[in-house]
Design a binder for this molecule. Structure first.
Ligand SMILES: NC(=O)c1ccc[n+]([C@@H]2O[C@H](COP(=O)([O-])OP(=O)(O)OC[C@H]3O[C@@H](n4cnc5c(N)ncnc54)[C@H](O)[C@@H]3O)[C@@H](O)[C@H]2O)c1
Length: 342
């Protein structure tokens, strides 16, 4: 075992843990997954076996009482995440919690307060802002290769509607929609991307929602137009629960050029001054983002540095996605705090 190995526990062992966090954690020699927890005993046992952890539990309190556990990944649904995260911080653990950190602003602020009072660290799982592709896009923007203002076009389609083929997934996503439309869930990443790329704050949002089947508890197709303080604009589309998906967009247009991210190919492309620059990942983009995210968490722990993205970025993302919901529900544009810069 390597020196300075962080002893870690995972709370909530569902889809994203077994599919993405697990391989990333197992390959990293600086981390040892001591314990895993899921309130579902079958999942807890399966994760314990897959991680080779010392023990597994259905009770997160058992994990948080363990003095040997230094840090915790909280990968529960966002309506369960705030209370567990606050307990973990109070128990002296550093925390990487999944996005969105909460579904209400009050809960997110309580998490930030628990972080401040405990002196522990809280990172939020905005996984896809990490890595060389997003760094390249931001560098192209900051070095004025695209000019200003920007028009950013982002769309994400996910969670295939297949109630008969995959009833467990259908029920899980239906339940997630009871806790807010997709703009609250996947929209958390999109809102973070916009903050990361524009470096600005949203000042106004106009939005529409569509419920494509009457049994869905909230609109499963969400679209919005967003204005930023620096004059940039964005068009967002997030759709869940369709039987097939159009390709997602990730394009940035400016007066001097355009850049885009081909998420499927793991490639960032800049077209500016009639020249094309490309950056291609040599590995799967999602795997790469999870690896960098974990490494940044471990570095923050080692250096005792406030993680980025942390609670402040989590709250900023939630402010925008909650305004998105409000704009959809009222049909009126919603002003966020902040003014248009001169
Ligand atoms: N960063 C990313 O790219 C990414 C991708 C997918 C999902 N997510 C986020 O990760 C979180 C989990 O998503 P998922 O798809 O894995 O969901 P999931 O439902 O498959 O897994 C959540 C697990 O948490 C467990 N759980 C719930 N409450 C618990 C509690 N009090 N104590 C212990 N376990 C508890 C459930 O039993 C379940 O196994 C969500 O917030 C989601 O938005 C992030």
């Amino acid at each position: 075992m390597a020196v300075n190995v962080v002893k870690l526990a995972v709370i909530g062992c569902g889809d994203i843990v077994m599919g993405q966090h697990l391989p990333t954690l197992l390959e990293n020699p600086s981390v040892h997954v001591m314990a895993v927890c899921d309130k579902d005993p079958v999942r807890a046992a399966a994760a314990g076996a897959a991680f080779g952890s010392s023990y597994h539990s259905t009770d997160h309190k058992r994990i948080l009482e363990d003095k040997e556990v230094q840090a915790v990944l909280v990968c529960t649904p966002p309506w369960a995440t705030p209370a567990i995260t606050i307990e973990a911080l109070k128990a002296g653990k550093d925390v990487l919690c999944e996005k969105p950190m909460a579904t209400t602003l009050e809960a997110a602020k309580q998490m930030a307060e628990a972080e401040r009072l405990s002196g522990r660290l809280l990172q939020v799982g905005f996984t896809y802002r990490h890595g060389p592709l997003m760094d390249a896009l931001r560098e192209w923007i900051e070095s004025e290769r695209l000019g200003r203002p920007l028009q950013i076009r982002l769309s994400t389609f996910d969670e295939e509607w297949d109630p008969e083929g995959n009833p467990e997934h259908y029920e899980r996503i239906l339940n997630t929609l009871r806790h807010g439309p997709p703009c609250i869930h996947d929209g958390a990443h999109a809102a973070d991307h916009l903050a990361f790329l524009t470096g600005s704050t949203p000042i106004r949002i106009t939005a529409r929602g569509l419920t494509s089947r009457p049994e869905f508890p909230s609109p499963n197709y969400n679209s919005a137009l967003i204005e930023f303080a620096n004059g940039d604009q964005a068009k967002l589309e997030i759709g869940w629960f369709f039987p097939g998906f159009p390709p997602g967009e990730f394009q940035i247009l400016g007066p001097k050029g355009m850049a885009y991210l081909d998420r499927a190919k793991g490639e960032a492309i800049l077209i500016s001054n009639r020249l094309t620059e490309r950056l291609q990942l040599s590995e799967n983009r999602v795997t790469s983002c999870f690896r960098v995210q974990l490494q940044k968490f471990l570095t923050s722990i080692e250096l005792r540095q406030t993680p980025v993205p942390g609670s402040q970025e989590g709250i900023s993302s939630l402010l925008l996605t909650l305004a998105f919901v409000q704009a959809m529900e009222t049909g009126e544009s919603v002003r966020l705090s902040g003014e248009r810069e001169p």
